[in-house]
Design a binder for this molecule. Structure first.
Ligand code: HEM
Length: 506
């Protein structure tokens, strides 16, 4: 591609040039700096686990290295079997790309799920296959139908009590499994995972799945659901990153993935059908008396919409939130002064810890929420977001062709001094209005993404995290007395190791 002359004005931010109305020369795409591919091997080897220069678990480090070596725009080309990746570290440009993305943004993700939905079970998913791994008009139609009920604050508010019940059971489970000295077992992350599963069951299926029960037999339904969720957590990354041979032949791991997905569909259908039966006999007429599932069912003649929404929420609403909670609890346990501030705030809000939580309590927990926001800035659970360009676009003064996958490495931009005052310091106060001298670029740290495709479950995610922290930190002190954990990317960015917290009753 040769040089392209465009009509634009010029604003310069750092080493990037933003185009407006005057004339600038967009530089050719090929001139964007980045690691050069090695002939034959391409650049894929760099990302290939173990043998490569960088391990998958180092992706967060890798995106920092790219920035340090090449600057605010970096092209990773020569990736075998996939389009180029373009890393953009300029928050103004990220803002511009998000704002230009049009009505059907394309987020490249989850190739296994795309194949399952569009090929293996095409018969089931049909023309409205959900939001995850779906693009263009089918995505827009589905998202438009579910957007309001899933994100409406009135609907979400109704889940404070149900999530509190799930969380009380989780805390009861903590009491049961902690040792005499208060230390939790090495696999405590499993329990967090079960809590997340139980929360999403309550929201997406209108049911208590029973995953937090202490004595589950291997063939009980909750245990099977836990196993299915665990299988997905452990193997989707393997299928997508380490062993993508299923694209050519159905490998044994792929066949297990398909059976696992079929099982999730079976569970969704079972509980949504039961909810539909209850709805038939329900007298409630006011829309707001209905649960999320019931609102969807009341509007649609075909329950498939509710099956598929439930499936999508379950597929992306377990690992994200459980990894986020692992990270938040680790930060709380290793930052006693911060934890104390949150505790003091909670005593004020909830002098009697046995009083049921309500919106008013959560609204007042401003420092607690600022703490969570700061954890997301410094250790963004989802390390970056991405878009496949649907039009040729000028980015940082380069003409980028459509089809390129642009990566926004939130975990890097959220920690850049240029966008966040005193970025290296962990400071929840920066998120509170009073500290107005802080500069915070609105597009530097976007834990839930942005725009029409932004996280559909963000209100539920926030609610679940807030209820958990309010209940746990109001009544327990959390400590950690082992060697510091490093953050790594498995699928999400979270502390890598045993979360052997000590919990002490306040
Ligand atoms: C702290 C936990 C979570 C984080 C950090 C997170 C983050 C994200 C991000 C970054 C995206 C991509 C947004 C974009 O493309 O702009 C996303 C999409 C999505 N998330 Fe979340 N998420 C979390 C929890 C949840 C939960 C609990 C649910 C379900 C209840 C959920 C449901 C979804 C869905 C359905 C999408 C796809 C939306 C679409 O493509 O239309 N997420 N999430």
């Amino acid at each position: 591609m040769g040089n392209v002359v465009m009509k634009h004005a010029v604003t310069t931010t750092g080493d990037c040039t933003i185009d407006h109305d005057a004339t600038i020369q967009a530089k050719p795409y090929e001139n964007i700096p980045g690691p050069k591919p090695i002939p034959i091997l391409g650049n894929t080897w760099r990302l290939f686990p173990i043998i490569g220069q960088y391990q998958i678990s180092d992706v967060a480090k890798l995106s920092q290295i790219f920035y340090d070596e090449y600057g605010k725009i970096v092209r990773l080309t020569g990736l075998i079997g996939r389009p180029d990746l373009l890393f953009v570290y300029d928050a103004d440009e990220i803002e511009k790309i998000y704002r230009q993305e049009g009505p059907t943004p394309f987020r490249p993700s989850m190739p296994c799920l795309v194949h399952y939905k569009s090929v293996v079970r095409k018969d089931f998913f049909g023309t409205l296959p959900g939001v995850v791994g779906v693009h263009g008009e089918p995505w827009r139609k589905f998202r438009t139908k579910v957007q309001k009920p899933v994100l409406q604050p009135q609907t979400v508010k109704k889940y404070i009590a149900p999530i509190e019940m799930v969380t009380s059971d989780f805390i009861q489970r903590i009491r049961e499994i902690k040792k005499e000295d208060g230390e939790l077992p090495a696999d405590f992350d499993n329990e967090i995972h079960k809590w997340a599963l139980e929360c999403i069951g309550r929201v997406a299926l209108d049911v208590r799945l029973g995953c937090l029960s202490g004595n589950l037999t291997p063939d009980s339904e909750p245990q099977k659901i836990i196993d299915a969720a665990k299988f997905a957590l452990r193997n989707v990354a393997v299928l997508e990153l380490k062993a993508p041979y299923w694209r050519y032949v159905p490998t044994p791991l792929w066949s297990r993935y398909v059976r696992n997905m079929d099982y999730f569909i079976e569970i969704c259908m079972k509980y949504i059908d039961a909810a539909m039966e209850r709805l038939r006999t329900k007298k409630a007429i006011n829309e707001f008396d209905l649960s999320l599932v019931e609102r969807i069912l009341a509007k649609e003649t075909d329950p498939k919409m509710a099956y598929i929404l439930a499936l999508d929420l379950i597929l992306v609403g377990i690992d994200t939130i459980s990894m986020a909670v692992c990270s938040i609890l680790y930060q709380l346990a290793t930052r006693p002064e911060e934890q104390e501030k949150i505790y003091q705030e909670l005593i004020e809000i909830l002098p009697d810890p046995s009083v049921p939580l309500n919106t008013n309590h959560l609204d007042k927990a401003i420092y607690m929420k600022a703490f969570v926001r700061e954890v997301f800035r410094v250790y963004s659970t989802v390390i970056g977001n991405g878009r496949t360009l649907q039009n040729d676009t000028t980015i940082c003064g380069y003409r980028v062709p459509k089809g390129v996958q642009v990566v926004f490495p939130t975990v890097v931009t959220g920690n850049m001094e240029q966008y966040v005052t005193d970025a290296k310091t962990f400071k929840p106060m920066r998120w509170l209005k009073e500290s107005s001298d802080e500069s915070l670029h609105p597009f530097a740290s976007l834990p839930y993404g942005h725009g029409a495709r932004m996280c559909l479950g963000r209100r539920f995610a926030d609610l679940e995290i807030q209820v958990l922290l309010a209940k746990l930190i109001r009544s327990y002190k959390l400590e950690y007395h082992h060697k510091p954990l490093k953050y790594k990317v498995t699928f999400m960015y979270a502390p890598d190791g045993e979360l052997r917290f000590k919990v002490l009753q306040r």
